[in-house]
Design a binder for this molecule. Structure first.
Ligand code: CP
Length: 319
């Protein structure tokens, strides 16, 4: 524990879950706990006083964007940035990398969401302040993974050895591409549930097995529900299906819809925890909302402390 307290992420970019060791993520989870306690007790922090976070969101977000902004405010710092490029000089033709280079001059760190894969790495390559990937195309959403690992441990008390089913569009959803690394690092058993056309990219499965000795199984819906300690269900997002893939969206848009009836018929465990990245589309019936299975709103109680942990660590404020 003492050694862990000395771990620092000062100055680091947060681009991909694989860039972090389990010990580094452990430290973030420990800090999340500390910030959660602080916020629940109504105590304020000033550790980021004078620091500025730029949130540059080139595509839509509710949870990530505002959790980061609230986290910076709760640390005593300030926020600048945009949600959509209207009103910025991108409208006059300024290109992406010039835009982020300019924001570097005004901020101590930059959080970016962008529709293109690797856009946040591109930003990290041209700016001298830390860059946080808040979702880059179909690629990664690492801080969502940190939150989800924390939420599983907090809401179920454990993650190691748990059966965690990840269900939906595993091909396109960056939240899945991040979470599976967290599950592998924390020795959960990963169960993948999707139509074969929307399976997790092979290069990810290969890396998880080779690098982390991950336990990964494929299952059908009912079998997975019965086996699961945690069920992670993602919405089918139409905008992720491009060009010729659009027919696939029509084919699979209603493929999973989990309700209390589905859980009962499949023989779900009494203490099954259901998590979801949200927004909710048709994947989750509202009759689960007021049951003990519901973790998809509860999880976001920890979103601000989790983002505070990331911000404080990479600003070097936790040493
Ligand atoms: N989970 C998540 O990334 O939500 P937002 O798209 O609302 O940020």
């Amino acid at each position: 524990m003492q050694e862990n307290r000395l771990l620092t992420l000062k100055g680091r970019d947060v681009i991909h879950v694989r860039d972090f060791t389990k010990e580094e993520i452990d430290r973030l989870l420990e800090l999340t706990d500390e910030f959660d306690q602080m916020c629940r007790k109504g105590r304020k922090s000033k550790i980021a006083e004078g620091k500025i976070l730029a949130t540059l969101f080139y595509s839509p977000s509710t949870r990530t964007q505002f959790a980061f902004q609230a986290a910076m405010a709760r640390l005593g710092g300030s926020n600048i940035g945009w949600a959509g490029t209207a009103g910025t000089s991108h409208e006059k033709g300024e290109d992406y990398s010039d835009g982020v280079r300019m924001m570097e001059k005004f901020a101590d760190l930059i959080a970016i969401r962008h529709p293109q894969e690797n856009a946040t790495q591109t930003a990290a390559d041209v700016v001298g302040v830390p860059v946080i990937n808040c979702g880059d195309g179909d690629n990664q959403h690492p801080t969502q993974c940190f939150l989800e690992v924390y939420a599983i441990k907090k809401l179920r008390g454990e993650i190691k050895g748990f059966n965690v089913s990840v269900m939906g569009d595993l091909l396109h959803m960056r939240v899945a591409h991040s979470l599976v690394y967290g599950l592998a690092m924390y020795n959960a058993n990963t169960i993948l549930v999707s139509p074969k056309e929307l399976m997790l990219p092979e290069e990810i499965t290969k890396e998880l097995k080779e690098k982390y000795n991950a336990k990964i199984q494929l299952m059908e819906l009912d079998e997975a529900i019965a086996a699961s300690d945690v069920l992670y269900i993602m919405p089918m997002m139409e905008y992720r299906f491009k060009g010729e893939e659009k027919a696939m969206f029509e084919q699979f848009k209603n493929v999973y819809h989990i309700s209390l009836d589905t859980l009962k018929k499949a023989g779900a465990k009494q203490d099954l925890l259901i998590l979801a990245p949200l927004p909710r589309l048709d994947e989750l019936a509202r009759d689960i909302d007021n049951t003990r299975h519901q973790g998809y709103f509860k999880m976001y109680e920890y979103a601000v402390p989790s983002k505070m942990a990331v911000l404080a660590s990479i600003l070097g404020l936790t040493e």
